[in-house]
Design a protein around this ligand. Sequence first.
Ligand SMILES: Cc1ncc(COP(=O)(O)O)c(C=O)c1O
Length: 448
Amino acid sequence: MAEENYFSNSFEYKNGILFCENVALEEVKTWLKNRGIKRVTPAFIYSKSQVETNVLLYKNALRHLERKTTLNYALKANMNPGLVRIMKTLGCSLTLVSGFELELALKLGFTPERIVLNGNGKETWEIELAVNNDCLLNIDSLFNVKQTIGVCRRLHRKARVLLRINPDIDPMVHQYNCTGKNGSKFGVQEKYFDDVIREIKSEPLIQLVGIHCHLGSTITSIAIFRESADVMLQIYRKLKHEGFEHMEYINLGGGLGIDYTKHVAVTTDPKILVKERPIDIPTPADLVKVVDEVFGDENISLILEPGRSLIGNAGILLTSVLGVKHGEPKSYIVVDGSMTEVIRPALYSAYHHIDLAVPSQADDKHKMLYDVVGPVCESGDFLGKDRYMSAPHEGCLMAVFDVGAYCACMGSNYNMRARPAEVLISGDKLELIRRPETLDDILAPYDI
Ligand SMILES: Cc1ncc(COP(=O)(O)O)c(C=O)c1O
């Protein structure tokens, strides 16, 4: 393991009160109320210093390499412009998956030549936007090359493209997070490789500048990244040999996991279900080192495009207890946050640590097992199952940890729930980076 302290302490308890940087999270409620906001929880709270730490861990590792490198933030992980601006200030470029994401990137002033537009199903206008702005375009299939050729001919413009490979590597993650194995809809499989290459070769307006793969997300084994770097290097050499003189990049995607259990106290208490923490999750430095070793002296420019490992641990969901409901065989802590803010438990059976953000004032605080659930009319609406914790009082603040990635951006208005406030904290400063939605926001597209 590399020596950096991968997880800084941007969210820390002091005397039983949870702080984000210098701000006690209970103060956020008052701060939001003072801004005339009625629904102050649930709310997403982000730590700026944690985002900075995460980016610097990659940047510092990449800085030592004797090759050109680009760190792209995968904006799909969290598109809040207040956070994306921080990525820009820190020198990140972007990997994008839709035309609107590209429109946002352009509005925020990102340099288009460093942006990658990815996607297994791009609409013509999205390709046009990327080509007109000279972005790098990922080619995902034969039909996608033909589409891109059509756009280039119509616009009389060249496209610089990366070919997305499906290297058939198992990333050992939840099936919905697996994107680089046969059976996944992404990338070109070996069997179809020559057809796609022939098509690319036939069109002078398509300039193949590199190859791309993204194996999946929440990957916790460095050996998997070594294997993909190795496969990609072989393909890179083959294409160079075939005369693709502009080949320069290998983009190894994102995928590095984070430790979702880091807040879990290590214990021998038999009632606590998460007893062991996976302490060996690789760091960005581990990842960079292994890739650089594989590429060796080869003159390859490296692109990495992490999402989760740049933003996941920088956010929590602050939520209030609506009540505690006892039952057999389950008892429930019912909170005002739900699957409409944090869908990962329902979608991927994902674990997010949950704890009280202030000490409990309940008459009977004794610890027992609870499911922590939201108010959504759906049995899949849970944030955590079988959590051993003190009974909270009504109104007690709780925190769902590590929701910076793939939570707010995957939120929905299901049950006509309004998307909540998002607050960025830096030191002792608070900034509202998304106001909570109103009923009018939700009804705006409809004719009532
Ligand atoms: C093409 C591509 N690149 C990068 C990422 C970011 O992955 P992660 O958030 O696991 O780092 C994703 C997300 O799945 C992706 O689809």
